[in-house]
Design a protein around this ligand. Structure first.
Ligand code: ZN
Length: 355
């Protein structure tokens, strides 16, 4: 029997608990992954500080990369792209899994399936404990969409694919083609910078970045933003075709709506927590034929695009400045505190070989 370390989260304001537990025997359709690297996503930080509630005890961390350590005998031994999987392969996987359900697959929203399980979010029950990035292992459940990672992709960069990058890929899908268009991105955290980078690759004519700090705007320029503004300094008469809202701030969503030209599309991604209600001028929405779309998580095609985007373009943008600081698993509490205090794009947790 194998055992591995886990950092258990018992609720906000409680220290993470490092424990050692036995890895349960795999079900025949499951895969066991030795986690090697996890990046802390905004939602991990929100849960850690109590801005968002998760059933506890749980194991946080869902932006994960790992190495396959065991494959159940009835697993197809194929990844989502149809590539052969074997022990030793470096992989990432969709943050959610559910038994395939036609109704949600046909809607293009598998992330809203019934009986959904989310890695890095689920409550620990019995021996079902290895399902987060802040531990030595993840047991990948049956039907998990797994993706083998190309060798040239640095592990720390690859870790962000299954949440941040895939979510932005979903936002770009909902926005439609941005070729030759003017794109506004509000909120220059990792999602905002990824949106700028994707808009650039997809041929946007103008990319405008908005944030509340100068330092974030300087960084956005390095990811391809052509014009940058502090939110209080931008004039709404500057018109845009697409407004991507990544910050969650109601005033940013309102600014985006105000700036949309005729036929414009707003995609809202950031507000995954309670905010005040947003003011919408119905007459403006009607007369300007405006579309507002919301996006939570992503679908499998978005994740596939995210992997391809990072494989093809990780060297075209300064993704090496994305991870501001790295911590070993045992010091993950410090990583959360650092991330909350300094607000870097990401902090990384490296998970050593088993001793
Ligand atoms: Zn996330």
């Amino acid at each position: 029997m194998k055992d591995g370390q886990l950092l258990i989260f018992d609720g906000a304001a409680k220290p993470l608990r490092l424990v050692r537990m036995e890895v349960p025997k795999l079900n025949p359709a499951e895969i066991l992954v030795k986690n090697t690297y996890t990046t802390l996503c905004g939602s991990d930080l929100h849960t850690f500080c109590g801005k968002r509630n998760e059933k506890t005890p749980t194991v946080l961390g869902h932006e994960i990369v790992g190495i396959i350590s065991e494959i159940g005998e009835s697993h197809s031994h194929l990844d989502f792209n149809g590539e052969a999987l074997k022990v030793g392969d470096r992989v990432t996987w969709a943050v959610f899994v559910a038994p395939p359900q036609e109704i949600w697959i046909n809607k293009g929203m598998p992330q809203k399936s019934d009986h959904l399980f989310k890695y890095g979010h689920a409550q620990i029950k019995g021996d079902d404990v290895f399902h987060g990035g802040l531990g030595d292992f993840t047991v990948l459940k049956e039907h998990t969409a797994i993706f083998k990672l190309p060798e040239n992709l640095p592990t720390a960069i690859a870790a962000t694919i299954n949440c941040a990058v895939a979510t932005v890929a979903g936002a770009m899908r909902l926005a439609g083609s941005v070729k030759g268009k003017t794109v506004l991105v509000t909120g220059m955290g990792l999602l905002g910078n990824l949106a700028v980078a994707m808009a650039k690759v997809q041929g946007a004519k103008e990319i405008i970045a908005v944030d509340i700090t100068e330092a974030k705007l300087e960084q956005a320029k390095r990811f391809g933003a052509m014009h940058t503004y502090l939110i209080d300094h931008i004039k709404a008469d500057h018109k845009v075709d697409v407004a991507l809202e990544m910050s969650g701030a109601p005033e940013a969503a309102e600014l985006g709506l105000e700036m949309l030209c005729i036929g414009g599309i707003a995609v809202w991604v950031g507000a995954v927590f309670k905010t005040r209600k947003i003011e919408i001028d119905a007459e403006q929405v009607i007369r300007n034929i405006i579309t507002i779309k919301g996006l939570h998580n992503y679908n499998f095609e978005d994740l596939r695009y995210a992997l391809k985007f990072m494989t093809d373009h990780h060297q075209d943008f300064p993704f090496d400045e994305m991870i501001e600081k790295e911590f070993p698993l045992a010091e993950a509490t410090k990583a959360f505190e650092y991330a909350l205090q300094h607000k870097p794009l990401r902090v990384g947790i490296y998970i050593d070989e088993l001793k």
